[in-house]
Ligand binder design. Structure first.
Ligand SMILES: [Zn+2]
Ligand SMILES: [Zn+2]
Length: 282
């Protein structure tokens, strides 16, 4: 069985109820963090997982909203690890090594303070970065992970991750428009986690900066079509734009139903939409 927890269902727009894009994938005793948006470690704590328990951090792309708290993940998995210092594994598209090197540079003074202050902290954070665009990822883990390029241009390269464990499988797509590489990765998998925007709403906004996002994201309908083409059982939508009102809001059910109806027009399986910390067992 694979458990998927939506840690952050928000977007770049700050939302008091939704953390930035981030998804936790758990199978056996392995924990994978996909993307590290705003507030990720608060939500990870909410899911009962400490940063020191992460098997690997996987980045779909290097847009700021997906990596803004990666520095917190690096610091916390290092400074809060009392007994078993181990390198943090980070996997992402080309550019990830440079991004991580720059984050470590940004953390340089803090790392120095902590090394000077804690006698039992002997070395700076150890981070192992793997850059990949396509194919299987060899981390010697129980879960097999494979990747494929997605299409979020001009953000390039961007990737999706597929997790296979025993009889279960899930693809976490990140931001992308529909594309054949993603279709191939999804083929035969059980579930798809896909970011989605309501293009029908965004295109009516009198704001070019908002309209700019239309051409490099999937609409709810397009995400649904991707899941349908692959014959999947479950579509899990996240990264809601515009943000869906939280469960306690009187309009929550209505808005969620609108998203569901749009997806159901193109996808015959189960559609999951929810607040942060929604957990789905596959
Ligand atoms: Zn993006
Ligand atoms: Zn995004």
């Amino acid at each position: 069985m694979i458990d998927v927890t939506l840690l952050g269902t928000g977007s770049p727009i700050p939302d008091p109820h939704r953390a930035g894009p981030s998804t936790l994938v758990q199978a056996g005793d392995e924990n994978y963090l996909v993307d590290a948006g705003r507030g990720v470690l608060m939500r990870l704590a909410g899911a009962g997982c400490a940063p020191t328990m992460l098997t690997a951090v996987l980045l779909t792309h290097l847009h700021s909203d997906h990596i803004t708290d990666l520095n917190d993940v690096i610091t916390s998995s290092w400074a809060l690890n009392m007994d078993d210092p181990k390198p943090l594994r980070i996997v992402g598209p080309e550019g990830t090594k440079e991004t991580v090197a720059r984050i470590l540079h940004f953390l340089d003074l803090d790392i120095g303070y902590r090394l000077a202050h804690h006698d039992d902290l002997n070395e700076p954070p150890q981070v192992e970065v793997t850059e990949i665009t396509k194919g299987s990822l060899d981390l010697s883990t129980a879960v097999s992970i494979s990747t494929a390029p997605t299409d979020h241009r001009p953000v390039d390269p961007t990737i999706a991750f597929r997790f296979d464990y025993q009889e279960s499988s899930v693809v976490v797509a990140g931001d992308t428009i529909p594309c054949t590489d993603l279709d191939q990765l999804c083929n035969g998998a059980k579930a798809l986690v896909h970011t989605a925007i309501r293009k029908d709403i965004i295109e009516t906004l009198p704001l070019q900066r908002a309209k700019d996002i239309l051409n490099y994201h999937s609409s709810v309908e397009e995400a649904a079509e991707t899941a349908q083409r692959a014959g999947m059982e479950t579509l899990i939508l996240t990264h809601y734009v515009p943000g869906i009102p939280p469960a306690e809001n009187e309009f929550h059910e209505l808005v969620v139903q609108q998203w569901r109806d749009r997806a159901a027009e193109y996808f015959s399986g189960k559609v999951e939409i929810g607040d942060d910390l929604l957990k789905i067992s596959l």
